[in-house]
Each structure stands twice: as structure tokens, then as C-alpha cells.
Design a protein around this ligand. Structure first.
Ligand code: USQ
Length: 382
């Protein structure tokens, strides 16, 4: 397939590009380096620098013999995106091109409007570009489990049958997001669903939980091909943060009671879920939704695991509950269905002690670059 990866420079976009290229697909990546600029502006550079996209595709070609094409530009700009779609005419589009951080979206009005403008406009432009240039292309959109929030009932895969006064209909499962960032993803889903109904688009919306790790089949033992690894409060997901904190002896920052439960997955499984979705496309006129996670943990459970494995490796890992800067339930029911991707063939890579130990070993190599002031600054929700 000819696959266009929007947001191909990011934590997940770049590893996806390599995997799909390794599987023999023709891959084109697009990015405007927004994620890099935001990190610089906020003084939260990742653990190590990564080469720019042009350099990364050269490194990938030297490693694999395979070519990836690059376009640098802003996908909110119709002239740019229409030029890319006109030239590439993709069979499938993976849309990762969003401001991905909940805390970033809560900093202030400017960060909030950047999140709204970027995320909603890119999704709208993708919809219009697909319709104009590749109406049969399959759109694989990265959504988030955070669209659902933490309801007191089981979370279905995207849809729910509602019985009301003797009648029945299937609706999108109720969404009640916990940050402005997550809310933009709800808006994306609504917009995609509208245009699926109007224009018979084919769309898979992947409700993904927090991802951890950085090693994939394509970059193992090749650090020059690693993605960004963020440990800061804005862009680091909680398990990656805890690993970095453990390595520098910073007490693990459990927010509040630590009973917040989410559905997690290894970065390797993100890539496999996206690839399986591409290889088994949604039908025309279908909005297919999968919950993309492999196992659930509370923050306390993650902290305890990092502590146990870290201490076993000679670190001295402390856990410290701090006042929760977010407004979220700290003790709640959480039971999401996540069988759809397994039915497509996903074989989960669970969070084992070995996986954690490998993450710790890699982060230890960069220990000197970890800056404690980046770990916590308390961006408040309310
Ligand atoms: N948390 C802590 N301590 C920390 C950091 C986080 O207790 O130092 C808690 C948070 O309060 C939250 C949980 O850990 O309850 C997960 O936080 P996170 O920062 O790992 O995840 P989140 O902000 O929800 O966002 C991340 C990704 C986002 C993705 C989302 C999936 O950045 O792109 O959409 O995970 S989900 O959480 O399922 O919505």
C-alpha cells in the first residue's frame, strides 16, 4: 500500500513509518516539527536529541535499504496538504498529526487555542483532502481512551446500544473527556462520523491508552533510530516518566491517591494495532472504532512495579504521592472492552519485569541529561 503518515516525526509516527516500510509498504511521512517547537518553547526537550526527518530517512535507508519520502509543512494549510495528497494519492492515511499532550492543552489560553486549531483543522483538512484526491483511501485516526473518561459502567468499543421508551438505536458511546486535548479528540471523532455518513469515507478511529517504551523490532540495538523519549510533565506519559524518575532518584510522582486507572500498551503494540487496522480496512461508509490497550493499571500499580524492578537493579526508588494538579477521579471503576484488535491478530507485548528493566537500562545511559526541573512543574487543571 501507499501509506501517508501525518505526524511522521513524532513518538509514534516515526516508529510506525519504519515498521510499515519494513513490511514492504510505500511510506511517505509528513510533519511540521510542531512537537519539537513546543518542547523547545516550554524548555522540555526529550531525553536525547533525535535527527530531523530528512536525516532519519537516510539513517533508515542505510539500515534497511528502504526509502521513505518526506514532506515538511503545516497540514492546517490547505495549499500544503492538497499538494501532498495530489502528489501522493495514498491508499491509506494514518493521522497522528495532533498536539498530543493533555497537560500542554491546559497551560493557558494560547496553548488551548493552539491545540484546538491544530487538531481540529488538521482533521478537517484530512477529510477534505481524502474526499478530493483519494476518496477510497482508508483513514486510520489515532484517538484516545481519554475520550470516554472514566464512566461508572463498562466502556464498549466506540458504540453502545441504547434502549429508550421501548425503542433501540446504536450510538457513539458517550464521551466525557478529562482535558481540552482529549476533548479535541472527541470533536475529531464527531467530525469523522459526520463525514462518514455524508461522504461514505472509510475510517478506523483507534482509542489509544497511554503508551510506554521506545524499543521496536525496527530500532532494536540501533539508538540512532529511536523515537523521542519524553520524561517531562507535558509530553512524557506516566510510565516513561516513572522510569526516568527512578533512574535519577526523584521520588515517583504519584498524583493524589494513585487509584487513577488507564489502559496501557507497549509502543510495539501501537505499531501492530495500526498495521493490523491498515491490513484489514474499514468498509466504505463505516466508522470502525477499536479500544487500543492491552492491560489496565492504576498509577500506584505502575509506581510499585517500577520501584520493585528498579530496586532489583540497584536503584533506590522512592514513591511519593503529591497533590494532584489535574481534576480527575482518583478512585473509580474502569473496565474497557478491548477485544477488536486481538480478533484482528494482535499478540500483546505485556509489561513484564524484563520490559521495564530494558527501559531502565536505556534511560540509565542518558542519566546525565535528565534535568530535574523538567520532571514536575504542576500545570493545573482548575
Ligand atoms: N499521572 C501521575 N503522575 C505523573 C503523570 C501522570 O499520577 O507524573 C497520572 C495522571 O494523573 C493520569 C495517568 O497518570 O491519571 C495517566 O497520565 P499520562 O500523562 O500518562 O496520560 P494522559 O495525560 O492521559 O495522556 C497520554 C498521552 C495522550 C493519550 C493518553 C491516553 O499523552 O496522547 O491520548 O495518554 S488516555 O490516558 O487513555 O487518555
Amino acid at each position: 500500500m501507499k501509506i501517508l503518515i501525518l505526524g511522521g516525526d513524532g513518538y509514534l509516527g516515526w516508529p510506525s513509518a519504519m515498521q510499515l516500510s519494513a513490511y514492504g509498504h510505500e511510506v511517505v511521512v509528513v510533519d511540521n516539527y510542531l512537537r519539537r517547537r513546543m518542547a523547545q518553547e516550554q524548555d522540555v526537550d526529550p531525553l536525547f536529541q533525535v535527527a530531523n526527518l530528512h536525516e532519519r530517512v537516510r539513517l533508515w535507508q542505510a539500515h534497511s535499504g528502504k526509502k521513505i519520502e518526506v514532506f515538511i509543512g503545516d497540514l492546517t494549510d490547505w495549499d500544503f496538504i492538497s499538494d501532498v495528497f495530489g502528489k501522493v494519492q495514498p491508499d491509506a492515511v494514518i493521522h497522528y498529526a495532533e498536539q498530543p499532550s493533555a497537560p500542554y492543552s491546559m497551560i493557558d489560553r494560547k496553548a488551548a487555542t493552539l491545540t484546538i486549531q491544530n487538531n481540529i483543522m488538521v482533521t478537517a483538512n484530512v477529510i477534505f483532502a481524502v474526499r478530493e484526491f483519494s476518496p477510497d483511501a482508508h483513514i486510520v485516526k489515532i484517538g484516545t481512551m481519554g475520550e470516554y473518561g472514566t464512566p461508572n459502567i463498562d466502556i464498549e468499543e466506540g458504540w453502545i446500544d441504547v434502549k429508550h421508551k421501548g425503542r433501540e438505536q446504536k450510538f457513539l458511546y458517550p464521551r466525557q473527556a478529562g482535558s481540552l486535548y482529549h476533548t479535541t479528540k472527541v470533536m475529531d471523532t464527531d467530525m469523522l462520523w459526520f463525514y462518514v455518513r455524508m461522504w461514505d469515507l472509510r475510517v478506523t478511529d483507534l482509542m489509544q491508552g497511554p503508551v510506554y517504551g521506545l524499543v521496536t523490532d525496527e530500532n532494536e540495538n540501533h539508538p540512532e533510530l529511536y523515537p523521542f523519549f519524553s520524561y517531562d510533565e507535558l509530553f512524557g506519559t506516566v510510565l516513561n516518566r516513572f522510569v526516568a524518575q527512578a533512574v535519577v532518584g526523584y521520588p515517583l510522582t504519584v498524583y493524589g491517591k494513585g487509584g487513577q486507572t488507564r489502559g496501557y500498551l507497549n509502543i510495539k503494540d501501537t505499531l501492530n494495532c495500526v498495521r493490523l487496522s491498515l491490513e484489514n480496512p474499514a468498509d466504505k461508509g463505516e466508522l470502525r472504532i477499536f479500544n487500543q490497550l492491552t492491560e489496565t493499571f492504576s498509577v500506584n500499580e505502575l509506581a510499585e512495579r517500577v520501584q520493585r524492578v528498579g530496586n532489583g537493579m540497584g536503584l533506590d526508588v522512592e514513591i511519593k504521592s503529591i497533590e494532584n494538579p489535574r481534576k480527575e477521579l482518583e478512585d473509580h471503576y474502569y473496565n474497557p472492552v478491548h477485544s477488536g484488535l486481538v480478533e484482528l491478530g494482535l499478540e500483546p507485548n505485556f509489561l513484564t519485569d524484563e520490559v521495564l528493566a530494558q527501559m531502565i537500562e536505556i534511560v540509565v545511559e542518558h542519566k546525565d541529561k535528565i534535568a530535574n526541573h523538567r520532571i514536575f512543574r504542576g500545570t493545573k487543571w482548575a
